[in-house]
Ligand binder design. Structure first.
Ligand code: IMP
Ligand code: MG
Length: 179
């Protein structure tokens, strides 16, 4: 078993690069079919989606633009836990077919907040495109139109995703090994 050590934890390969890229290509083809003639604006959520966005966009063949946003945690009183504020929205999304490019949807709370924020700017449509989804952790009903892979609730790293800032630069995706 191919394992790596990141900080204090051991991780084993769970999704090889080849499988990731196959699913990324499949989703890009769905987008090419659905959004033909719509000139979509992809909004990639930093930092985790940077590798996914790069691979996805190179498989997208419809005319499109890409822009990047970041989520900043802020200390607010909220019934739903830690809410993150969308920062850096530089593009004008009014009237646009927006596709949010995210690394992983876990509880879904971040995505719901993101959708609420973006909806205030009156886009023509907003679709969610996530590399990974943990269906077992979803706490809200959320329509994730484009998803590459569904995974169990275990913590993963690699291909852009991090453990405490580390491990983003691997080609495969790794799952934490219980010791
Ligand atoms: P949510 O609001 O619970 O859906 O949070 C999603 C965010 O949590 C993602 O954008 C990731 O930054 C982070 N996250 C959730 N699960 C994992 C994981 O297994 N590995 C790394 N980051 C994760
Ligand atoms: Mg993320």
């Amino acid at each position: 078993m191919k394992t790596i050590r990141i900080k204090d934890k051991t991780f084993a390969v769970s999704i090889p690069e080849e499988e990731i890229l196959k699913q990324v290509k499949r989703v890009a083809e769905e987008i090419n079919r659905d959004l033909a003639g719509r000139n979509p604006l992809f909004l990639a959520v930093l930092n985790g989606s940077f590798i996914f966005a790069a691979d996805l966009l190179r498989e997208v063949t419809v005319p499109c633009e890409i822009s990047f946003v970041k989520l900043a945690s802020y200390e607010g009183v909220s019934s739903t836990g830690a809410i993150k504020e969308v920062i850096g929205l530089a593009a004008d999304i009014t009237g646009r077919a927006v596709v949010i490019v995210e690394d992983i949807v876990d509880s879904g709370l971040t995505m719901v907040h993101m959708l609420d924020t973006l909806a205030k700017h009156n886009p023509a449509s907003i679709d969610v495109c996530s590399l990974l989804v943990k269906p077992g952790n979803l706490k809200v009903s959320l329509d994730i139109k484009y998803k590459c892979l569904e995974i169990p609730n275990d913590f993963i790293v690699g291909y852009g995703l991090d453990y405490d800032g580390w491990g983003r630069n691997t080609r495969d995706i790794y799952t934490v090994v219980e010791e």
